[in-house]
Design a protein. Structure first.
Length: 451
């Protein structure tokens, strides 16, 4: 009996230590069993307390009266499937007649407390079916990306979502994106992680870094073109527009619209072209957009209008030509001048890291997801990399990027430097790779002469 008590105490101590130091290990070894028992044992009572039950149908009440039996209890949504994951549980529910998916979404916070989970999110799978994704611990405190995240053409994993899923950047679905955030909020790490993932794909990377290139020029071996000042950026954008027009001429030449051509063979963008004719897609990364929009003289104002007009044209017309925008900045509002709001309207994906004021959050989500504004201003200073992401559909979620050092991003770009395509239109902006610096011999200090 004594050895049994000692074993129980040892297991309890081990479980407590794992929960404190390794929450993911604790969940996979102990937490998933305890959580499953809690959900199944409390399910009916919790649904009744949260108002997620419906009265029994009249025919059941009539049968109970005729048979002199107790009145049937209210009915909760049916459990269609309960599946454990590496971060929590996935509970799929079949709604009863008269129930709505919005009622389940509004009760997520109460379900989190009642089931003893860290977080609960809801999404509608189809009419009458709702999926609850419950996390057993804070997956965003120490981000661990899955070892086998799915990757495909122009679709790369960049962060982890609060429900334990991987957040992907899919350029084929949402071509252009805006990323904002205050200093030291994790914006640069997000950009590094994105570049490191894109480096392994057949894609041309083009960068504009007006901070004298300190963010993007270390990654130059994988970039087809780089600009480190507004004057060069203006010329680079003009070259991209010229390249875009050439791609459209290629698509026009390959459309072959005749009476006997099937609809599937008619090209409307580069992805409809045959593999041997398809131009390489281009991702344009702008590190700090405010440096392109600010001006102090008349000449700088003309350059600024030229740059913003070119960015707006690329945002409106570049998708079919395989040109995608990733624009980053600390703020992105109308104070940057005319044309900024028109450009922002073309950026479907919005990602906001910690901001210094509510106005900055409104610039990102005020026109697509007003509910995300409050979540953005609540991001703490102690959680760099934590961000709110949303798109034009109105949905949003919390994500956090795994820490990617500049050294790791440089290594990824150097590893895949052979994939860097040569674009004739951008040859003038190809970064010049400096030769390794020759170490300078420093003379050893000499001892002072003795008197």
């Amino acid at each position: 009996m004594r050895w049994l008590i000692a074993a129980v105490v040892l297991v309890a101590v081990l479980a407590g230590l794992l929960r404190w130091r390794r929450p993911a290990w604790y969940w996979l070894s102990f937490g998933v069993t305890f959580a499953t028992c809690r959900v199944l044992g409390r399910y009916r009572a919790v649904m009744d307390a949260c108002g997620l039950t419906v009265p029994p149908p009249r025919w059941r009440l009539a049968i109970a009266r005729m048979a002199n039996r107790p009145v049937p209890e209210p009915r909760a949504p049916r459990i269609l499937r309960l599946r454990p994951t590496r971060t929590g549980l996935v509970l799929r529910l079949g709604l009863r007649p008269g129930q709505d998916a919005f009622d389940v979404a509004a009760s997520c916070d109460r379900l989190r407390h009642s089931f003893g989970m860290f977080g609960v999110t809801s999404r509608e799978i189809r009419s009458g079916v709702v999926e609850l994704r419950m996390t057993g611990y804070d997956v965003l405190r120490r981000v661990q990306m899955p070892a086998r995240a799915e990757r495909s053409t122009m679709r790369v994993p960049v962060a982890l979502r609060e429900d334990g899923d991987v957040h992907y950047r899919d350029y084929r679905t949402t071509p252009h994106a805006l990323t904002i955030g205050a200093t030291k909020s994790g914006k640069s790490v997000y950009q590094r992680n994105l570049v490191a993932e894109l480096a392994a794909q057949e894609v041309a990377l083009v960068g504009i870094d007006c901070k004298q290139g300190v963010e993007l020029f270390p990654l130059a071996r994988r970039f087809s073109a780089l600009a480190d000042n507004p004057d060069t950026a203006a010329d680079l954008l003009d070259a991209l527009i010229s390249h875009m027009e050439d791609v459209y001429q290629l698509i026009r030449a390959e459309q072959r619209i005749t009476a006997d051509t099937p609809d599937a063979d008619i090209a409307a963008d580069i992805w409809d072209l045959p593999d041997h004719l398809r131009p390489v897609p281009i991702v344009l990364l702008v590190d700090e957009v405010a440096e392109l929009a600010l001006f102090a003289t008349k000449d700088e104002e003309k350059r600024r209008d030229r740059i913003i007009t070119a960015l707006a044209r690329l945002a409106q017309l570049g998708r079919a030509a395989g040109i995608y925008l990733e624009i980053c900045g600390q703020r992105f509002g109308s104070e940057l001048g005319k044309g900024i709001t028109m450009l922002r309207a073309q950026l479907s994906v919005r990602t906001a890291h910690r901001v210094n004021d509510e106005t900055s959050a409104n610039m990102a989500f005020g026109d697509i997801a007003p509910d995300a504004v409050l979540a953005t201003v609540q991001i703490p200073v102690s959680a760099p990399g934590l961000a709110i992401t949303g798109d034009a559909s109105g949905g949003w979620s919390r994500i956090r990027t795994p820490h990617t050092s500049l050294r790791a991003a440089v290594d990824a770009c150097n590893k895949h430097a052979h994939l860097t395509p040569d674009l004739p239109a951008l040859d003038a902006f190809r970064p010049v790779l400096a030769s390794p610096a020759v170490p300078v011999a420093i003379p050893a200090p000499t001892a002072p002469d003795s008197p």
